[in-house]
Design a protein around this ligand. Sequence first.
Ligand code: TRP
Length: 502
Amino acid sequence: MADKRSQWKSETGFVLAAVGSAIGLGNIWRFSYMAYENGGGAFLIPYLVALLTAGIPLLLLEFAIGHERIGSAPLAYSKINKNWEWLGWWAVTFVMFGIVLYYVVIIAWCLNFFLLSFNLGWGGDPNNYFFKKFLMVSKGPSAIGEIRTRIFFAVAFIWVLNWIIVYRGVEKGIEIANRVFMPLLFILTAVLVFWALSLKGAGEGIKAYLTPDFSKITKPKVWIDAYSQIFFTLSLGFGIMIAYASYLPEKSNISRNAYIIAFLNSGYSIFAGFATFSILGYMASAQGVKISEVVSQSIGLAFVAYPKAMSLIPGGSIFGAIFFFCLVVAGLSSSISIIEAFISAMVDKFGYRRKPLITAVSVLGFMGSVIFTTNGGLYWLDIVDHFLTHYGLVIVGIFECILVGWFFKLEVIRRHINRISSIKVGVLWSFLIRYFVPVILIIILLGDLYNEISKPYGGYTWTSLILIGRDWVLATLAAAFVFASRPWRTEKRNEKNRESIV
Ligand code: TRP
């Protein structure tokens, strides 16, 4: 007899856990930068359109698949059509043995910077400090060099935290952790936002953040960026939301939860953007330069621009400590979600005992992270991230819509949502899933492929892009087919789905 499926203690616990997965490093730095680069306030239009036309529909789809078929991604897909089990495996594998490996390393940097904040340990030149002293970046991806000890130990520590939380189980580990993490994150972020708003020059920053530049929204790139950001930020195509929804009890208000989660996540991004831009405005005014000169991209924003500002503002060490602490908390609640999604998939199919499996997966994950802690680690991180987030997520999204929309009766899923949810889902949703979302994703994919072959990404050599990036995608895909080809060791595949229960 298989173990009983884990369950959330309450729907609020589920909502907090899904929000915890969605809100991550991406909300804090990726969103702000994208908004700035893509027309400030005008970016909110494509962003919200993307949220309504693709983000929420897909979130609903993933919740409904997990809940109605009662399974993690591979199990749920195989109960839809047994030839498609690989798709679920691929999602959980490339996130577990790809994205999360370097994601944990970035959390580890944040942890280091949290400690450095107390005495502003980055000194007078944060740029030099971060790249030359902290990362000691080598010449290129082939020059791996040595492991950076302080990053290595922080990575080990983060993996131990991940392990402890997931080990304690869905209800006692993940749910409780998020019940603490999420309110804490909201309060601390609010402190940062109001503090930052009170700084001199903040108004200029906010102006740069929100002033709409409508000329930009006619550019396809802005729309593509908006759709990709929505996809990443809602953890869609990761197999996470499917697993999390499978732990919901029979009576659960799926659609209302999906709306709450989506709005909390985007609301958080927009809110946190106020802190970032106030800080940039402050720096520009303190140094007497234009905002455009102090803005920097993702990693530079958190590890160079912020530290610079922290050294300038009164009480900056406390501000910095809170900021990096928020990043650690936001990151952890995301990383535990994929570990759970992968574990859930293995338990569903092979019937392994959870606890030893979690230990083994955490150790493997830790070992996989090590490559990103070396002198060449930053390049590896950049390349693997580029390939997995551009291709992995998008391809899974396309197939997900095609599989459920075309090879299956989408009506079954829609009826299921409507049977148990307070907000009803109409035929517009079916249209979005069957036609609109896959078309948008295919356009994004083709645009990416075109850019890929027209010039090597990030100025790397073709050899490193192929060996590190493309092969990482292919290796995880191969692993997915292996997992899918193994025989089922549990009876779960034959268990009833919810629609057929009633
Ligand atoms: N949504 C997260 C963000 O915006 C990303 C994320 C969620 C993630 N779950 C994850 C990344 C698991 C790696 C592993 O940052």
